[in-house]
Design a protein around this ligand. Structure first.
Ligand SMILES: *Cc1c(COP(=O)(O)O)cnc(C)c1O
Length: 456
């Protein structure tokens, strides 16, 4: 730490009280809580001190004002996803369908029959919500909704394999992102992990050889965010289910994505549908609500009456239960699937994944016209994201920006400071915007943000 000399400008920093008395700052107290204004003043002084004691270039009053507005603004807000990654985990995964948003609004500000049986006038169970719809749509015997798929997995392993062994292939010990690893989840569930096979190859005899008196479950995990190619072998869920049945142990298939519609007519293949997962004959399948299903964050368990009832009555079920907002939005999203064409048109994730590329090109042209000469329309690819359809490329049309005086990084940073922030991608040293994930009503906003970013 260096000693402050008498001429050190840090000695000349204003006192908190003095800044609070400045007319600009004092006026802020009319519209903001005192605690916010005081914190803005302190942070502005601290920032100046860290900057060698220099006064903020915009002046003290303006600096405090800007910081107070920043502190008062909500930390969580909408952004425009111009990345072309449809299921972007950092950007909140699935945007909801209008019907799901309406369902949230209907219950948010009032009481609801969340756990109330209206016919009996007595306590009901939230677990009945969405259950019948899931059974109707998938043909599963029973269903349970929890907070997310990681929670569903934890719960199912606890209910079906606690204090026993669960067998899983070494090729499926995946990390899904955000430090979520299958082996760690299993350890917390109380099931002992028994790894079989090799990273690239696991055979029937590996599973059969590992089954013993302590075995309670065979686990199959869909490799959602990577592909294994080359000299590989693994068992289909159908075979896992058959081995488990013969050994009289449970079976669980972690599907990851929750694809309820077959998207192969749109060129998207390789991701098992929920129906295929169930048809394999495993006792239970687990998947997310906010990936390809296109609903709110949720974890869904489907399967036999016995397996799902064991999950429902496990003590962990209380710890991972879903809230009323999830159940309302999920019910409305699921109801759209009664008419698959309607689901595809109204659930944003499905609409974006199956949108006609000509329509995307028209949106790209509109954006390009709005931006002007500093942009061009070029062919490119969008991504599904969210660990779904790994490796799949969706043809798209991008608007690429050319900025002579600015680096791509600084253009992208300026777009992030727009209101609402625009999140773009950089490819070959250029900022590119993918209209696939930009809603039609946002095109004009994006054009304005780009013009401001390039002109500034
Ligand atoms: C995404 C994923 C999960 C976790 O789902 P969340 O809903 O995010 O908890 C678990 N397993 C697989 C295979 C996944 O792809």
């Amino acid at each position: 730490m260096s000693a402050s000399l008498p001429s050190d400008p840090r000695r000349r920093l204003p006192a908190v009280e003095a800044l609070l008395a400045e007319p600009d700052v004092a006026a802020l107290l009319g519209s903001h809580p005192r605690s916010v204004v005081v914190r803005a003043v302190r942070e502005t002084i601290d920032a100046a001190r860290a900057n060698g004691g220099a006064a903020p270039p915009e002046g003290w009053g303006a600096a405090v004002l800007a910081r107070a507005h920043q502190l008062a603004a909500p930390a969580l807000g909408p952004v425009i996803n111009a990345t072309g990654v449809v299921l972007h985990t950092n950007l909140g995964r699935a945007p909801l369908a209008p019907a799901a948003i309406a369902a949230l609004r209907r219950i948010a500000g009032e009481y609801s029959n969340l756990e109330y049986d209206l016919a009996q006038g007595s306590r009901g169970s939230r677990h009945r919500l969405c259950r019948d719809l899931l059974v109707e749509l998938t043909g599963a015997e029973d269903a349970l909704v929890v907070n997310n798929a990681a929670g569903a997995l934890l719960l199912a392993l606890s209910a079906l394999a606690r204090d026993g062994e669960a067998i899983v292939s070494r090729g499926e010990l995946v990390e899904i992102g955000g430090a979520f690893r299958i082996p760690d989840i299993m350890a917390r569930s109380g099931a002992k992990l028994v790894e079989v096979g090799a990273t690239n190859r696991t055979h029937r005899k590996d599973y059969e050889g590992a089954i013993g008196p302590a075995t309670r479950l065979l686990l199959k995990v869909h490799r959602s965010n990577f592909q294994v190619t080359g000299f590989t072998a693994d068992l289909a869920p159908l075979e896992i289910a058959a081995i488990a049945r013969a050994a009289r142990v449970a079976s669980l298939f972690d599907l990851g994505s929750g694809l309820l519609l077959d998207l192969s007519p749109w060129g998207l293949t390789g991701e098992p549908t929920v129906a295929e997962g169930l048809a394999s004959g495993v006792d239970t399948v687990a998947f997310s609500g906010d990936k390809l299903l296109g609903g709110p964050q949720a974890g869904i368990l489907l399967g036999t009456k016995t397996a799902i009832e064991a999950c429902r009555t496990d003590p962990l079920a209380r710890a991972v239960r879903s809230d009323k907002f999830t159940l309302a939005a999920l019910e409305a999203t699921l109801a759209l699937y009664r008419d698959p064409e309607r689901a595809r048109g109204e659930i944003p994730v499905l609409r974006m994944l199956t949108e006609d590329v000509e329509q995307i090109r028209r949106r790209a042209e509109t954006l390009h016209n709005g931006v002007g000469k500093d942009s061009e329309v070029v062919a490119g690819d969008s991504e599904v994201g969210g660990g779904s359809f790994p490796g799949a490329k969706l043809k798209t049309w991008l608007v690429a920006l050319t900025a002579d005086k600015l680096t791509a990084d600084s253009v992208a940073a300026r777009l992030r400071r727009a209101n609402p922030p625009v999140i773009a991608r950089i490819a070959d040293d250029r900022v590119v915007l993918d209209p696939r994930t930009i809603f039609p009503h946002q095109i004009e906003q994006v054009a304005r943000a780009v013009r401001a970013a390039l002109d500034a």
